[in-house]
Design a protein. Sequence first.
Lengths: 128, 363
Amino acid sequence: MYPGDFYYTKDHEWIQVKGQEAVVGITDFAQKQLGDVVYVQLPQVGAKLSSHQAMGTIESVKAVSDVFSPVSGEVSAVNTNLAGAPELVNQDPHGQGWIIKLKLANPKELEALMKAGDYEKFVEGLDK
Amino acid sequence: MKRTRFYPYQEKLGGRMIKFFGWEMPVEYSGIISEHLAVRHKAGLFDVSHMGEIYVRGRQALDFLQHITPNDVARLAPGQAQYTALTTPRGTFVDDMLIYCLEPEFYLLVVNGSNADKDFQWASGHTASFQVKVENVSEAYSQLALQGPAAEKILQPLTDIPLAQMKSFASAQGRVAGLAGLVSRTGYTGEDGFEVYTRDPSPGPLWEAIMEKGKPYGLLPIGLGARDTLRLEAKLMLYGNDIDETTTMLEADLKWVIKFKKGDFLGGEALLKQSEEGISRKIVGFELLGRGIARPHYPVFAGGVQVSQVCSGTFAPFLKKSIGLVYLPLEQTAMGTEFEIDLRGQRTRAKVVPTPFYKRPAL
């Protein structure tokens, strides 16, 4: 369910590192909690984010939720497909439903995040 | 936490449960949007057993109900139902509800689940000068709503009640899926459909039979989430969001429910006075012009000043727009009038639009 090469946050974002760049999205658990996503508000390319800074919002029919940057860095791309197809966040949260790409400022910050196994245990605890 | 008698079936279907006024009920199954669209295009089954049921019986049952409600109960022949309210002396809402005339001296009040105890107390507190008995039978009743264009085709094979000739707001007693029950052509979605009431202590077969019969028609089980989006598209009021003890019936644009000619009733004098003097605010439908969703309690601004807050507000899955209801000063309620809503710090334009937002196509 949760890819082994991603890192995860307690706010239910994931980050997949590819060299100096990383892809960020929300987890399957998060999209299930939100339900049908209808708008995703994205940051500007070039925006500098610190770790745990709000980088956008996701609106589902049910609720609105902030999305936080798992680590610090500069936004290098945003998923423009989400404007026309926000449901990608529900359908493929760990793939086509990605939200931003980030140039990492300090890769060491990743060490503070959860690995897949820990995150799975974390959400199991929340489901109870 | 209370559960309805259908809970085990809903859990089995993967319903995502939430707490709702003391009840544990499904907010969604397959997703609010797909459930909403199923009801608009095909059919949906709702468990609404949390609704409250109150019996009013006795020689003066009619006189009593005429006294505590604004609509004209004398218009109801046995088998007919009407939308009405319990009004305070100020003409505001204790609750909104349906009244069914079951027999000449026997009426069924169907009220909001969250208000059932309050309503029962309220009604009981006004019986003094009437020969009438008020009984809270909420616990005994289970209720399902089958809504959508395919509702009649799904339900007819399961009941001896002829449905084709049943008019809107009519009802009949008979058997459904082998259980004794009351069926009415009513609902809370803006679609054609039925509500089925039963006092059978084991009503599970009703849920199962309807789900089974509905399968070829694309029937889906529907949670509270889509119940809310469906009713809002149809501009059906939600107590606590759109109407309460601070809003009068006239402000809530429900003048059509009030029948001043029937004689005096609780709140009638206040409403007549307000009707003559004019109201200073009124509920209107709005559409958000910018991106986002205007949700309940978001502040509403006109001319730079906060004038109100959003009552109901959501993304409307059929219309694919962000819509809502809000009380605005009367001079700002003309169609097309623009105002602003604060979406979490972002002022976003909205405009007054005609309601209902959605009206089902004529057959």
